[in-house]
Every structure is written in C-alpha cells, then in structure tokens.
Design a protein around this ligand. Structure first.
Ligand SMILES: Nc1ncnc2c1ncn2[C@@H]1O[C@H](COP(=O)(O)OP(=O)(O)OP(=O)(O)O)[C@@H](O)[C@H]1O
Length: 245
C-alpha cells in the first residue's frame, strides 16, 4: 500500500482550475519529485495535501490508508506528515535550538523533555548546523542556513513523510549540491520525501518517480528519464521558460 495516495484531487480559485483531477501515489521510502512551470499548481498541491491553508474541493488524500482531507493541520502533523515552504520560514527572534525544539515538541508530544532535546539536536546535526550555532538567533543566519533550519525543524518532528517545496530556490550551485546530500541523508533515515522543484537536474538526481504538472493538470508521470524526454514536458517548459538544467 502507498504511504501517500492522492486521488482525483481538484482545487479551483474562482474560474481558475489550479488543480484538475490530479492522482498519484508515493511508496514508503521513496523520493517522489514534482515539477512544472510557474503557476502549474505545485504549491497548491502541497497546500491541499496538508490542508494549510485549504484542502481540496474534490478528491481524496490518504496517508497510510487513512483519509486526511478535512483534518486539522495538527492532526495531519500527528499522523506523520511534515512540510517545508518555498521561502525559508523560521521564528526569527528565537534561537536555532529553540526553533528545532518547536518541531521536536510538536511532533514528539509523547516523548520526554530529554528525548525532545535529543531529537532537536540530532535534526540540527543532520542538516549540518554545528552545536556552536545552536544559541544564535535564527534571523542572524544566512539564507541557506535558514533553509537548513526550516528543514531541521521539520525533521525534528519525526515525520514519516516530508513535503519539500522548492528547497533549491535562491541557492547557489554549491549550496544546491549540499542540499542534495542533505535530502539523501534525510531519506536514508527512512523518511519518505515528496519534492517540488524547478531545477530539473535536482529532481533527476534525487527522484525515483517524477510527476510533471502543467496548468493544474498531470502532464506526465513515471521514471524521471522517460518523463523529462516526453515532448509534452519539453514543450511545457520551453513554452514558458527554459528548464534550469
Ligand atoms: N490563494 C490563491 N488564490 C487565488 N489564486 C491562487 C491562490 N493560490 C494559487 N493561486 C493560483 O493558482 C495557480 C497555481 O499556483 P501555484 O502557486 O500552486 O503554482 P506553482 O506551480 O507552485 O508556481 P511557482 O512555481 O511559481 O511557485 C496560479 O495561477 C496561482 O495564481
């Protein structure tokens, strides 16, 4: 059984069909990539899956066989789903460690305070934030480190599945390389990953399956090499912007 099963999901904003009959499933342990030109519905898809700030108008989302649409963000997080955002997001006036502790506390309500602290420290270590920086304010960090902190906060929740919205956006080439390593490291911990990205090489390197959206519809899905050479995919990308290869 798939860990995440998205079935015939639709979402409209007025007359704009941001998502139209989108279905896919993600197996436990895989990295599943989602690509598509600007405005194709990628972030809307994550929003509808997590219910923040809105769920789908139609269709179903199942996590490990249980329907999650209509559940609160808290309940969905408790069921083991976490996400990051396109823009680095943190509590800027809190320290690095306090930010990670929010994830560890939120996701590990049953854990002892010591276990929560261990989870926070471990998650920061996974993303490469050194212990000497735990006491710094989040706002003092570079863009890349703030992205890493957002990732660590999500990992500290102890999710079964992690949705990453354009983790490479705004990063330099070396930072993108580092991010690829981090995502692999997180996946190796048994966390299933769904990854939205514009940078196709990033998706090609990491994903076992790739879905391409265009204008809210599924354009192609399957093995990344086959999908990326699909003429409809090439046209959708070249028709709007050059792929970031
Ligand atoms: N809250 C909203 N209200 C109205 N329209 C919206 C809303 N959110 C998204 N849209 C519209 O839905 C469409 C899909 O947007 P979405 O942000 O999901 O695309 P995207 O593929 O993530 O784009 P990008 O790559 O630029 O982030 C766009 O036309 C967008 O303007």
């Amino acid at each position: 059984m798939a860990l995440l099963d998205v079935r015939n999901v639709g979402k409209a904003f007025g007359s704009l069909k941001a998502l139209d009959d989108v279905s896919f499933s993600v197996n436990a342990g895989e990295i599943f990539g989602i690509a598509g030109p600007n405005g194709s519905g990628k972030s809307t898809l994550f929003n509808t899956i997590t219910g923040i700030p809105f769920g789908p108008d139609r269709g179903k989302v199942l996590l490990d066989g249980a329907e999650i649409q209509g559940k609160s963000g808290n309940d969905i997080a408790r069921m083991g789903l976490a996400r990051t955002f396109q823009r680095e997001t943190s509590f800027d006036k809190l320290t690095v460690f306090e930010n990670a502790m929010i994830g560890a506390t939120y996701g590990g309500r049953q854990a002892t305070p010591t276990a929560q602290r261990d989870n926070a420290a471990e998650a920061l270590d996974v993303v490469g934030i050194a212990a000497k920086d735990f006491g710094r304010l989040a706002e003092e960090l570079s863009v890349f480190d703030r992205k890493c902190l957002m990732l660590a906060t999500a990992v500290a929740m102890g999710p079964r599945i992690l949705l990453l919205d354009e983790p490479a956006s705004g990063l330099t080439k070396p930072e993108i390389e580092t991010s690829i390593g981090l995502i692999r490291k997180i996946a190796a911990r048994g966390i299933t990953i769904v990854l939205i990205e514009h940078v196709l090489t990033f998706l090609m390197t990491l994903s076992q399956h790739l879905l391409v959206l265009n204008q809210g519809q599924m354009l192609a899905m399957g093995d990344p090499k086959t999908v990326i050479s699909d003429p409809r995919v090439v046209e959708a990308y070249l028709g709007t912007r050059k792929p970031d290869l």
